[in-house]
Design a protein around this ligand. Structure first.
Ligand code: ADP
Length: 464
């Protein structure tokens, strides 16, 4: 009865053969009333009244017991709520200490930078270094402030999503690009395994990107320099499962679910500052949840690395992606050569195009460009113009003269978009001309066009 949240009343127990009252009968009880203790509609206990001198209670007594039980339940519930509030208050105090500490950290270098800039005399400060330092520190502060704004949005339930059909590869490649500087500065190796098929979901591109940016940043942050980070995307029925794994500091078993709570960090000591506030995973879980997905953390323990597994439902059916200005990111896979003497520029563009499903190679000067093009015979070659050994115009001319290279699409990448540059590029045999930094939307649409032509050619091949 108590389990059904109603009072039980037993009377004339000593005369009763009912098996249910035999235990209380053994205690010599004659009347017995058991009342449920409720918090809302949840039962959390019972409170019983019994008499050894009377065989029954009158209705006003039963009423009185129930009133007592309601008061007892309310007092108990209040104690539980107060304990919860105290705990939340303690966490908030701890959080404020962390926040103050994390916000102060970037201030010292910025203050020093101002002092450097004030310096007069023969020793001129290295302006470029100072500018980069301020840039890094301001970025870090901006990130903290953004997180803070998100905390208040989470607490007020004010996170809203702008859902549309998006490609998972676009989200993941955005996140990889955003985290690349952090991963590289720590000397981590990132390995990416994506499925060949395009996967679409109904989601908010910015918020979903934030999910993977947070997971990559954490993987980079909690892994000692020179570590490994793996990203695996896999379709499982109507879901996509994305795993972000690292071989870093790992997470103790007792913390695997707690780390998703607001302000919870495994190591809160201020000496072990990591530039975080313990908000990221709360936000990640919230966003995943709002997309109908779920996230789990796995780790075999401290020092054994961590894995975060995100499962999201896919959109059923195919169709064009409407990515708020983003083009369809899956085109027919192409073989692409990227040539730039700025290795970071070449490598990051290569990474982005690989994530879109292309087979991408890089070269870092003009001579290497011609050699690699001749051996790989790419569908598309993107060539920087100002390069050592052989400039991009000359490299394009040499590539174009090869018998295999009639159909190769050559794209010039230059720092200036003057008419003269375009004319020179055309003369050298380039099909297109892009100014740097490359407009990825325009580039993707060019590649989609080349892909469509290649696909048609491949379909025609057996008939020839
Ligand atoms: P923050 O990183 O700002 O502290 P998060 O909410 O992103 O906050 O993460 C909460 C805690 O979970 C971190 O403080 C850290 O202790 C732990 N954690 C998150 N990701 C990892 C990871 N990849 N490896 C080890 N610990 C992690």
């Amino acid at each position: 009865m108590a389990l059904q949240c109603r009072p039980i009343v037993a009377t004339f127990i000593q005369q009763s053969d009912d098996p249910k009252v035999q235990i209380v009968k053994g205690y010599g009880l004659r009347a017995y009333a058991c009342n449920p203790l409720m918090a809302g509609d949840k039962l959390f206990g019972t409170l019983s009244f019994a008499s050894r001198s009377r065989d029954e209670f009158d209705p006003s007594e039963l009423d009185f017991f129930q009133t007592l039980c309601r008061y007892a339940a309310a007092a108990f519930e209040r104690r539980r709520l107060v304990a919860g509030l105290r705990e939340a208050d303690r966490k908030k105090d701890e959080f404020l200490a962390t926040l103050a500490h994390e916000l102060r950290n970037p201030l010292a270098p910025i203050r020093n930078a101002v002092e450097f800039l004030r310096m007069k005399g023969p020793q001129q400060p290295d302006l470029e270094n100072i500018r980069d330092m301020i840039d890094r520190q301001v970025r870090q502060m901006t990130r903290l402030v953004d997180d803070l704004l998100d905390v208040s949005r989470i607490s007020r339930g004010k996170i809203s999503l702008q859902k549309q059909r998006v490609s998972l590869s676009l989200i993941v490649s955005n996140a990889v690009e955003a985290c690349r500087p952090m991963l590289e500065s720590q000397g981590h190796t990132l390995e990416v395994a994506l499925p060949p098929e395009p996967l679409y979901l109904e989601g908010d591109t910015t918020r979903l990107t934030q999910v993977f940016v947070n997971l990559f940043n954490n993987a980079a942050k909690y892994t000692p320099a020179g570590g490994h980070v793996w990203l695996t995307v896999e379709r499982q029925g109507s879901d996509v499962v994305v795993r972000v794994k690292d071989d870093g500091s790992g997470i103790p078993a007792t913390m695997l679910t707690r780390i998703f709570e607001m302000f919870v960090q495994v190591d809160r000591s201020l000496e072990r500052t990591t530039g975080g506030l313990g908000i990221g995973l709360t936000l990640v879980q919230k966003i995943v949840d709002m997309h109908g997905g779920r996230i789990e953390a796995h780790s075999e323990g401290p020092g054994k690395g961590s894995e975060f597994v995100v499962r999201l439902p896919l959109t059923v059916g195919a169709g064009a992606e409407t990515g708020g200005g983003h083009p369809v990111s899956y085109v027919t896979p192409l073989r692409i050569l990227i040539v730039d003497d700025n290795r970071d520029a070449a490598d990051s563009l290569a990474m982005m195009l690989r994530l879109k499903g292309h087979e991408v190679y890089t070269a870092y000067d003009g001579i290497q460009a011609v050699e690699t093009a001749n051996s790989l015979r790419p569908d598309v070659a993107l060539l920087d113009i100002g390069m050592p050994r052989l400039n991009g115009y000359e490299a394009a001319r040499r590539i174009r003269t090869q018998p295999w290279a009639k159909a190769v699409v050559l794209v010039a990448l230059t720092g200036w978009g003057q008419e003269e540059d375009k004319r020179l590029a055309e003369e050298a045999g380039f099909n297109s001309h892009f100014t740097k930094p490359v407009d990825t939307v325009a580039l993707e649409s060019l590649l989609a066009g080349v892909g469509a032509v290649r696909k048609a050619e491949r379909l025609e091949e057996p008939a020839r």
